[in-house]
Design a protein around this ligand. Structure first.
Ligand SMILES: [Zn+2]
Length: 300
């Protein structure tokens, strides 16, 4: 009897799903939500699990997130262990077979870019060390372009009836994106070789893209709050090896940066880090417009 009921229920679900339903996307971070929206247009409805003002390493697996994931057709997350503290819990609790790892509905952005800072030796005592490399890939727009190609293919795979829609939008996005990258690279030319201090090791892709040189980090170990002892060491180091600015993401507490900025007499810069991290960063394009402008502003 139970089997029959389940069967009838399945039939009901199948027939209840309208042919032209929007694809429900569950994005772990705002940058992937924005990208899914760019590629899907009005054929997707996108939910974003976190905001730019939250630390994506540490998110609470709230019931509202579980409910959203239960409905999703496609999960789009960074991967590379960024969400290791909360996504597995969400996936378990949601029990949605479509979006489990290995299924077409499970998409990890980091699998589609060249990873930096892959540790030669894995020692968790050294802080939030990620075996797959540094997960903060979204700070290099070239990575976003690579992820866009893969994500459009994935959308076409799970929604084959609209494959040409996703492909056309991806081509259009790629054209505008490549032109924007050229523009940002021209604008950011004065940043090449600029020495920076960062709060968290969150910027290796940005540094690699623009040629910024990281001198020190405010966190003694990745994910660990700055201590006064470590800050004093950084200040001492800057006397021998001066830096030109201190960088942090919108979600970071600013006290350590401001403390150091005052004593080292260099500006501290807040970059949006993702969509929504500043009033200006309202989509992927304005995210990088604002990032470049903030960095150039600190150079003046
Ligand atoms: Zn991190």
């Amino acid at each position: 009897m139970k089997k029959i009921l389940q069967f009838v229920y399945c039939l009901f679900l199948l027939t209840a799903l309208p042919a032209a339903a929007e694809i429900k996307v569950f994005a772990c971070e705002p940058e992937w939500a924005a990208l899914a929206q760019e590629l899907g247009g009005d054929k997707v409805s996108v939910f974003t699990a976190t905001t730019a003002l939250q630390d994506p390493h540490h998110i609470e697996a709230r019931p509202s997130l579980i409910a959203r994931l239960r409905q999703a057709d496609l999960l789009v997350c960074t991967g590379a262990e960024l969400e290791t503290g909360w996504l597995p819990v969400l996936l378990r609790q949601a029990g949605n077979a479509r979006v489990q790892p290995g299924k077409p509905g499970y998409f990890e952005a980091a699998s589609h870019v060249r990873m930096l800072e892959i540790p030669a030796r894995l020692d968790r005592a050294e802080g939030d060390v990620h075996a797959a490399g540094n997960p903060h890939i979204q700070t290099d727009p070239r990575n976003i372009g690579a992820v866009a190609t893969a994500l459009a293919q994935r959308l076409a795979q799970i929604d084959p009836a609209r494959a040409s829609h996703y492909q056309a939008r991806q081509r259009d996005f790629a054209q505008r994106w490549d032109a924007a990258i050229k523009r940002w690279e021209q604008q950011a030319a004065p940043l090449k070789g600029v020495r920076i201090v960062v709060q968290h090791k969150g910027f290796p892709y940005l540094e690699n893209w623009l040629g910024l040189r990281q001198i020190a980090t405010l966190e003694p170990r990745p994910g660990m709050e700055p201590t006064s002892g470590h800050l004093a060491e950084v200040l001492e180091k800057l006397k021998r090896e001066p830096a030109q600015m201190i960088l942090r993401a919108a979600y970071h507490d600013g006290r350590a940066s401001e403390w150091l900025a005052e004593r080292a007499k260099i500006p501290s810069v807040v970059v949006p880090f993702t969509v929504g991290g500043s009033n200006q960063a309202r989509d992927l394009f304005s995210l990088f417009d604002d990032t470049v402008q903030q960095l150039l502003g600190a150079l003046r």
